[in-house]
Design a protein around this ligand. Structure first.
Ligand code: ATP
Ligand code: F6P
Length: 490
């Protein structure tokens, strides 16, 4: 079997013809430049494209930690000098970063609000053989700008320890000083640029040159700032989960069914009343079955099946237990543990492959509002890693329990996470490095779990399902209890 990086020739998932890019942010203060910069870097790193932000404000703070608005008045010579020195230091570090072969994309996060400043950045990049992509955020919605100031600027280190109202007033004056000299990007500047007007209600694009640039452009065009959440759940416990087998397309176990029935209650406890939710599942039976009660529980819920959400393909090992894989393919088993992110099952996939096929899902998630995804262990880890910035060496080893709903809510510079547990027992499919997964010793489970597992092991899927019907009452009780607890916000 093979281990393979499975991406472009340079190992970064980008085409050989892609050049190093400096993404130059442009715009007045409080236009979401830092937020966009951070998201672009997170997205690229998730795709294995090495990227880094160079925030000129952080360099400026080294000399001038708490400036007043007057510092940003262009007639303030000392202020001008220090601001230029900060930009110079950031650009120098960025060029070093490229020269050390550490990166493919750098984001220069500053206002870069005049033609002179942009010309200077472009010349520095041209000399270092770095291509430039200017990303301007232009927005004249006063209410939005005021709410941005209150949301993120009054808590910035620039105003630490200061009264929020006077901080907001000073920041408004800072913006006025920038407005006096601000020049929006114009075509005659002959720049490669994307201009996002009023949070994407209009977009202007000019001279986009290569594949990587167009991916960044498409990504920033997809961003919006409407409040919303993303819910993630694995399917309910499946018959394969009970027997420790990976992959396949098996049905839900009785406890998995109980989770499917409890899911509407669990979701209702964490969703705003009357919110519209898109429910996305994979094309495999266990996720569709898990979402079916939810899908029919409210008219505001719509469903969509995505092949891209199917579980990581285990190829030749599909249908085996981890113990069987270890016995039959010991070298592969060890290789997977040594580098789980890159290890590709023979005839199947690696985590890296899954991330690449999930890119359209991420793009669609960015464009969408409330979405609930019912998917599989490996796929959920990859989506979670995108939102929570989990590094590749850790993401394939994350523990994501069955019968648990994860709610992610994007905030200005972070993602808030809440977990809701259904309180319906399930085996653990988690396998730690070197181990064989706990579901091998699932007899330790108590009550319903113990009985059900014994039956499953003794019979084939259909026969077992029949025998387990005697547990129906017990299952109903579990569902009712879970629904009650969910309704009370447990
Ligand atoms: P500064 O120049 O002071 O660093 P900035 O332009 O980097 O400001 P951010 O700190 O990123 O501004 O502001 C974040 C706020 O901007 C958030 O409240 C976010 O909701 C909002 N925001 C994000 N994208 C946009 C956009 N395209 N237009 C306007 N506001 C946006
Ligand atoms: O065991 C459940 C499962 O979804 C399998 O179908 C899949 O191969 C596996 O988890 C992915 O997890 P890991 O990458 O840790 O083996």
């Amino acid at each position: 079997m093979s281990r393979s990086p499975s991406v472009g020739a340079n190992g970064h998932g980008v085409q050989a013809e892609d050049t190093r890019i400096c993404v130059v942010m442009v715009g007045l203060p409080a236009r979401g430049k830092s937020l966009i910069a951070q998201k672009v870097v997170r997205y690229l790193r998730w795709l294995s494209v090495p990227a880094k932000t160079f925030n000129v404000g952080n360099y400026r703070r080294l000399d001038t930690p708490q400036p007043t608005a007057a510092f940003f008045d262009t007639s303030n010579k000392q202020g001008e000098k220090l601001r230029h020195a900060a930009a110079e230091a950031a650009v120098n570090d960025m060029i070093k970063y490229f020269n050390n072969k550490a990166g493919l994309v750098a984001v220069l996060d500053a206002t870069n609000s005049t033609k002179v400043r942009r010309k200077w950045v472009r010349e520095r990049c041209d000399q270092a053989n770095i291509s430039t992509l200017f990303v301007e955020s232009k927005c004249d919605d006063e209410d939005l700008i005021m709410s941005n100031i209150m949301e993120v600027k009054t808590t910035s280190p620039d105003y630490k320890g200061q009264d929020p109202e006077s901080a907001a007033k000073d920041f408004r004056n800072r913006i006025r000083n920038y407005e006096r000299v601000y020049q929006t990007i114009e075509e005659e500047e002959d720049l490669t640029f994307v201009k996002i007007i009023d949070v994407g209600s209009q977009v202007v694009i000019n001279h986009i040159k290569d594949h990587l640039q167009s991916r960044v452009v498409y990504y920033v065009m997809s961003l919006h700032i409407k409040p919303r959440s993303i819910w993630l759940s694995r399917h309910g416990e499946s018959v394969y989960n009970l027997t420790g087998r990976i992959g396949g397309d098996s049905n839900l176990s009785h406890r998995g069914e109980a989770y499917a029935k409890a899911l509407p209650g669990l979701v209702a406890a964490s969703v705003p009343q009357d919110a519209h939710i898109q429910i996305w599942t994979s094309t495999l039976k266990r996720t569709i079955a898990t979402a079916r009660w939810l899908a029919s529980s409210k008219k505001q819920y719509t469903t969509l099946e995505w092949k891209a959400l199917d579980e990581l393909d285990a190829g030749l090992c599909d249908g085996l237990t981890y113990g069987q894989i270890k016995d039959r393919f010991p070298e592969d088993f060890a290789s997977r543990d040594a580098d789980k992110y890159n290890y590709r099952y023979t005839g199947g996939e690696s985590y890296r492959d899954v991330v690449i096929r999930l890119e359209p899902i991420i793009m669609e998630l960015e464009r969408s509002e409330n979405v609930l995804i019912v998917t599989h262990q490996a796929v959920l880890r990859c989506i979670y890693a995108y939102y929570m910035n989990v590094p590749q060496e850790r993401s394939p080893w994350m523990e994501v329990p069955l019968h648990t709903l994860i709610k992610l809510t994007p905030r200005a510079y972070s993602t808030e996470e809440q977990r809701f547990t259904a309180n319906i027992p399930a085996v653990s499919t988690y396998r730690e490095k070197g181990g064989e997964a706990k579901h091998q010793t699932a007899e330790d489970e108590v009550g319903l779990g113990e009985l059900e597992i014994r039956d499953i092991q003794a019979n084939e899927e259909e026969e077992a399902a029949e025998k387990m019907s005697s547990f129906d009452e017990e299952v109903e009780e579990v569902i009712e209890k879970a629904n009650n607890e969910a309704a009370h916000g447990a």
